[in-house]
Write a new protein. Structure first.
Length: 351
């Protein structure tokens, strides 16, 4: 939105591009359901080459991780009772997130009504991390929901149960006590100062070009010299440092003195005036002849309302933690020797 607003501050072409982007974002904000997918447009070989230039011998990125990063995607969808731009957390009735790898889904999370649903590909994630979990087949039936989780099945947890477990853990010895601190937020006056400062910095450094096709597809490209842009942005934020929640952690202009002195671009794709994709080209920042293609891509669609998966096993988070600790310290054999009495994991699991 900062880009959309600042385009109107420059040339005639910037003005036209800014109006189109602003309209596209406004249209997107009017939707009640939205979905987007995030991935890297690159290949495993390029990632490993880039990592090898920055890593110590023996600490290079494993091929499995490079494969996941190059072919993996993060998909998110959400549905609200109100238009997205007017929605607060309480207005969202359903949300879903999925992390997918080359062979399929690795992790899925859904929030539907008063229930949280999740499933993981524990075997694949364990192998990739180098810390495999015990095979689900070796766990006793009493492991209940923990076994279901390791088998890749859906488990569910009520939002109320999660909140109660969180309060119990925060009050336990070693976890601290009391209510969680409220996250700092910006007041309206500071928000306006921040937006105005960012708009000015971007308007002075970003150029826009447009191109279109006969099928209603149009590309708007924003290009800027990276070092100059981040230095200007840092300078714009400096007067507001004391008003921002993370003011002391913000980088300064000196931190960007060695940043690449090259141009980077963001390509916005519109279809019949609606935003469908944003691609940020990062290849130039890699400063490596071995990296030819390296971009961050966000694809946008209208989406639908996420639904609750059928057949999920109910669990409580305290029982899950107990099962995980038992597996970590005793392995599958330790879980088999555990006595599940009333109030333990077995008693908390319902099908």
């Amino acid at each position: 939105m900062v880009l959309a607003g600042t385009a109107a501050c420059g040339t005639v072409e910037n003005l036209s591009a800014g109006q189109k982007l602003e309209t596209a974002f406004d249209t997107l904000g009017e939707e009640r359901s939205i979905a987007f997918e995030l991935d890297l447009d690159t290949d495993a070989k390029s990632l490993m080459a880039l990592d090898a230039e920055q890593s110590e011998p023996g600490e290079e990125m494993p091929a499995e991780i490079a494969e996941l990063l190059s072919e993996g995607t993060i998909s998110v969808s959400m549905h609200s009772k109100k238009p997205i731009k007017e929605s607060e957390e309480k207005d969202f009735t359903a949300m879903a997130m999925k992390l997918s790898g080359p062979e399929g889904a690795l992790l899925e999370y859904r929030l539907v009504g008063d229930w949280i649903y999740a499933r993981v590909d524990a075997a694949t994630l364990g192998e990739m991390s180098g810390s495999p979990l015990p095979p689900a087949a070796e766990l006793p039936p009493e492991a209940g929901a923990f076994k279901t989780l390791l088998e890749g099945g859906w488990v569910k947890l009520s939002k109320k149960g999660r909140e109660e477990a969180g309060r119990n853990m925060s009050g336990a010895e070693g976890f601290g006590a009391g209510e969680p601190s409220v996250e700092p937020s910006l007041d309206a006056k500071t928000q306006k100062k921040l937006t105005d400062a960012l708009k000015k910095a971007v308007a002075e450094n970003v150029d826009f070009t447009t191109s279109g096709g006969s099928d209603g597809t149009e590309h708007i490209k924003a290009t800027a010299p990276f070092r100059a842009l981040v230095t200007e942005l840092s300078g714009a934020l400096e007067p507001l440092r004391n008003d921002l929640p993370i003011g002391e952690e913000l980088p300064t202009a000196k931190d960007f003195a060695d940043a690449p002195d090259t141009k980077v671009g963001a390509d916005f794709t519109l279809k019949n005036g609606e935003l469908t994709e944003v691609s940020v080209d990062l290849a130039e920042l890699a400063e490596s002849a071995k990296v030819k293609k390296f971009a961050l891509v966000l694809r946008v669609s209208e989406g639908g309302k996420p639904e609750a998966p059928a057949g999920a096993t109910e669990l409580d988070i305290e029982g899950l933690m107990a099962g995980m600790l038992a597996g970590a310290f005793g392995g599958a054999e330790g879980l088999g020797d555990t006595s599940f009495e009333d109030g333990d994991l077995a008693g908390d699991v319902q099908l």
